[in-house]
Design a protein around this ligand. Structure first.
Ligand SMILES: *[C@@H]1O[C@H](CO)[C@@H](O)[C@H](O)[C@H]1NC(C)=O
Ligand SMILES: *[C@@H]1O[C@H](CO)[C@@H](O)[C@H](O)[C@H]1NC(C)=O
Ligand SMILES: *[C@@H]1O[C@H](CO)[C@@H](O)[C@H](O)[C@H]1NC(C)=O
Ligand SMILES: *[C@@H]1O[C@H](CO)[C@@H](O)[C@H](O)[C@H]1NC(C)=O
Ligand SMILES: *[C@@H]1O[C@H](CO)[C@@H](O)[C@H](O)[C@H]1NC(C)=O
Length: 353
């Protein structure tokens, strides 16, 4: 209760800050079709047919602490808008995108204090938003209705990120993941919504000290081993090497698609408050070479089995505590984990240690 009140309060705060897209802008992009104008105060900094150039000119015209609002809708094509430290960027119109290999339609690289309170994106970007080396990044209401690509990506082989906050991330139609992180210390997300995405809803990797309210996936990763919520590649392992609990997810909802919850490749240090999983096409829950994971309650109805497993390449699964009602699908633990504690109800068959 205390946590949900806190999250509700945080959400209300972010919502009030982000209430009217376009208000208080220091620079704006207006126009439509093949005619766009970027203004900074009373001066025109771009006029012409190139939507991307208009947006970048507006972004480049503001200084740290100032706000640019893209009122116009248009297409940037296979290109990138870059936002530097301290700038506030709002997409009030709809920004349509195409794929620029290895790049984001919008990038924030090695920058601190950037805020994107509103954004609506369509098209098929390679990455809708791409980040690395960020500090104090804030994302507000981000809505992506895509026809392919990956929604939001924090890079693997680049500088790490600290103190990242997100309000509501809503991704539809990504071919890959809705939201994929690598290398974040300090992450707070209110809600991730993923509908009809090809791989994961929320994929956390090498991310520590994370708090997430709700992850809600519908038809996520169908026909794959990906999941509505996936922890992978040492997620939740602290720099000391320990798996002390530092990743807290309040709730996971998943319908259809591939897996519901998947913890793999030496990840852990996590607590999931409650799950509501049904008809997942692969394992409803798969816990494989995962250390210190608790699922404190919730339900699984149908879909693939709930499974504790392990591969030989990493130390065995350890310290898994699960309280769960499982109906209409089975629960299996093989090989036996170390210090596994099941508190199960429901009608599902069990084969546990
Ligand atoms: C980002 O910062 C890292 C070090 O913090 C540096 O090695 C890298 O070159 C920077 N990249 C860019 C594109 O500035
Ligand atoms: C999402 O985009 C598709 C086209 O790719 C469109 O048919 C659909 O209406 C859009 N949905 C919303 C809610 O805008
Ligand atoms: C998510 O975005 C889609 C448009 O892409 C919209 O139809 C849907 O209502 C949004 N969901 C929420 C919960 O805001
Ligand atoms: C189990 O599945 C059956 C149908 O296959 C359904 O009627 C029943 O409600 C399910 N059990 C629960 C607890 O939902
Ligand atoms: C297993 O978990 C339950 C529920 O959290 C707890 O009550 C019980 O003491 C645990 N068992 C052991 C052996 O630790």
């Amino acid at each position: 209760m205390a946590r949900s009140l806190l999250i509700a309060a945080a959400l209300a705060l972010v919502s009030s800050v982000t209430a009217q897209c376009g208000s208080g802008a220091n620079a704006k992009v207006t126009g439509s079709g093949s005619s766009f104008t970027a203004t900074k105060g009373s001066s025109t900094v771009y006029t012409g047919s190139d939507y991307r150039a208009a947006i970048q000119a507006a972004v480049d015209s503001i200084s740290s602490g100032q706000r640019v609002s893209v009122i116009a809708s248009g297409s940037i094509g296979a290109s990138t808008i870059t936002i530097s430290s301290g700038k506030i960027f709002e997409g009030c119109g709809t920004i349509n995108t195409a794929s620029r290999a290895g790049h984001g339609a919008i990038e924030v690289l090695n920058a601190s204090g950037v805020q994107i309170p509103h954004l609506t994106m369509t098209g098929s970007p390679y990455f809708g938003l791409r980040f690395y080396g960020t500090k104090d990044l804030v994302l507000g209401k981000i809505t992506m209705n895509l026809s392919g690509g990956l929604g939001i990506r924090f890079d693997r082989d680049q500088a790490a990120n600290t103190n990242v906050k997100m309000d509501v991330i809503n991704v539809t139609g990504a071919g890959s993941h809705a939201l994929e992180t690598w290398n974040i210390d300090g992450l707070t997300i209110n809600t991730v919504i993923a509908n009809n995405v090809g791989e994961s809803g929320l994929l956390l990797q090498k991310t520590t000290n994370a708090k997430v309210g709700l992850v809600d996936g519908n038809n996520v990763g169908a026909g794959t081993g990906y999941a509505t919520l996936r922890f992978a590649n040492n997620n939740g392992q602290l720099s000391s090497g320990a798996y002390t609990t530092n990743v807290v997810i309040d709730k996971v909802v998943s319908r259809g698609g591939g897996r519901g919850v998947f913890c793999v490749s030496q990840s852990g240090g996590a607590t999931i408050g409650t799950v509501d999983l049904a008809s997942n096409g692969n394992n409803a829950i798969l816990i494989e070479n995962c250390y210190n994971l608790r699922i404190n309650g919730g339900t699984v109805n149908g879909g693939g089995e709930v499974r504790i497993s392990a591969r030989d390449e990493f130390p065995n699964t350890k310290d898994i505590w699960i309280t769960l009602k499982v109906d209409n699908t089975s629960v299996k633990e093989s090989p036996c984990g170390e210090n596994t504690n099941w508190t199960l109800s429901g009608n599902g068959a069990r084969s546990i240690c």
